[in-house]
Design a protein around this ligand. Sequence first.
Ligand code: ZN
Length: 156
Amino acid sequence: MTLGNLRDLYQQVILERYKKPRHRGKTDPVHRLQKGHNPSCGDTIELTLQLDETHNTIADIKFEGEGCAIAMASADLMAEALRGKSIDEALEMVHRFQSMMKGEAEFPTELRKLNVMQGVSQFPVRIKCATLTWHTLKAALELPGSSQPTGFVSNE
Ligand code: ZN
């Protein structure tokens, strides 16, 4: 596959997710809520999480927000990938995503959609758009029991 084709492929996935997100909205109930902001592009995001009865596993995850196609598509893909994962697994995936954007890791084949975002790493100014949702998730998971907004986390 040429670089041009690869670029088309990831642009296609990103645009499709941007136009028809599958995980937009708010979870019910809301166990965690966190807002994130990417000042360099103007993207904002609000993540809500529903945990299972053990409070160790993400039962559902949804997002609301305004921003560019990359930021919104990244949130939608992340929400899809993280449903049913434990909090520890989710934090490991945050780490993995950040490594991937530096060109140091990839996701396994069952999570290959997340690798689409690797294409974005060719455009350094857009990396923060792709990582905003993961950055926001990390903050949501590290603030136990918080279902009230604590202000925006910024990825600057
Ligand atoms: Zn953006």
